[in-house]
Design a protein around this ligand. Sequence first.
Ligand code: TRP
Length: 335
Amino acid sequence: MKKTILTGLRPTGNLHVGHYFGAGQSWVKLQDEFDFYLEIADVQALTDNFNNPDKVRKNLYEITKDLLAIGLDPNKVHFFVQSKIPEIAELTVYYSNLVTVARLQRNPTVKTEISQKKELFGNDGESITYGFLGYPVSQAADITCFDGDLVPVGDDQLPLLEQCREIVRKFNSIYGETLKEPEQYLSNFSRVKGLDGNEKMGKSLGNAIFLVDDEDTISKKVMSAITDPNKIKKDDPANPDVCMVYYYHKLVNKDEEAVKNICSECKKGARGCVQCKKELINAMNEFLKPIHERRKFYEEHPEEVQRILDEGTEAARERAKTTMENVRKAMRIDY
Ligand code: TRP
């Protein structure tokens, strides 16, 4: 029997190159080894976008197309929609008794997010909603509803996984051994820097290359990427290790020999930044080509995207139903 993995994303925007190298690429590998459940977490996205339902709806389809475009195979991965699985909502209610408000307020991921969303939650988080504070509880329900063994997530999500494990332990200690404690699936996740050299690529940071970007957009973005600030003239020697253009060459340029040359020429002052950027534009377009081709098919066949979501959701729901039967029995509410 294959082990089950489960992961999720909030449908709030398109996927960018950072998502691809940080997670997507490794998911494509995992789909062969595991029984893979991939949640489009629209309910979670609504916790901080409750005032913008159209954004969540639109991005549910956008993100699904992005995920299919990077090579996730709907015959191997169950793509499912969180709001279509009422069992998750039910389990969230039962779990909410097993976690204190103080513990949620101390969750580092939640704390960081509150401080980033001042507009919505106020300067000191004084307007935080019950729903947002509680989303780790709902995420614990996401994960355990499907009896997942492993959760492939980045380090920023570890406090949420830890909280999930605590809830599971508490559940089992009160109601009897029922649920499995999921584990983090460690892969070589790497955080991808932004075009501006920021440690993180992000939509809100305005430093991202999206997988849907067309050639014009790519060209403009790459031309604005940060290079070694000490290089003034075209033939000044420079330090490629502080240059974002070299950084992305290493990520997307498949010609290893060329990448080595870029490094040594840059150090010697034998290459200008404009030429280097043009070569990166080409490499980036090459890298995105198969992704764009696959995406085009789904753009032209929205009914296929809907079918994939419907079927994935149905498979996920079957599993959630079984878990919930065990949960209700353990909690003595299986009337
Ligand atoms: N919180 C995750 C994020 O913001 C998304 C998510 C929802 C998730 N449900 C999940 C991740 C279950 C892992 C497992 O990216």
